[in-house]
Write a protein that binds this ligand. Structure first.
Ligand code: TYC
Length: 120
């Protein structure tokens, strides 16, 4: 009896499964490039009651500015109505706002501090 030769079925080209560093099989690779996180500026607002000295100390302590720089920022806020004290990731900016607001309330001052997303 003649031996039947099975038809050869062409196989798709083999490709080893890709793995990440933790040994997990990846079905799809994520895009190589990720956008840098959106940054947020922390802004102090002027008011008629918070003492200038308190604002200078807040800017020095919470935004790591030297006394001269802190004084310049405070005067800018006093004259223009608002001023940027620093630029941070969203979470860090929110923490700065909370810390400044808490310090102002504790001292009995109405100082306002807000975070604003930066475009780009
Ligand atoms: N305008 C306030 C005053 O004359 C000083 C001040 C500056 C208050 C900056 C708030 O964010 C501020 N005492």
């Amino acid at each position: 009896m003649a031996t039947r030769i099975p038809p050869t079925i062409p196989k798709p080209p083999e490709r080893a499964p890709e793995r990440d560093d933790g040994g997990t099989v990846l079905l799809e690779r994520k895009p190589e490039r990720t956008k840098p996180p959106q940054m947020h500026q922390v802004v102090l607002l002027n008011d008629d009651y918070t003492p200038m000295e308190f604002v200078v100390v807040v800017i020095q302590e919470f935004f790591s500015k030297d006394r001269e720089t802190a004084t310049q920022i405070m005067l800018k806020i006093h004259l223009d109505g608002k001023g940027v004290c620093g630029v941070y990731s969203k979470d860090v900016a929110a923490t700065k706002v909370d810390q400044v607001t808490e310090a102002a309330r504790k001292a009995g001052h109405p100082l306002q501090c807000v975070s604003e997303p930066l475009d780009g």
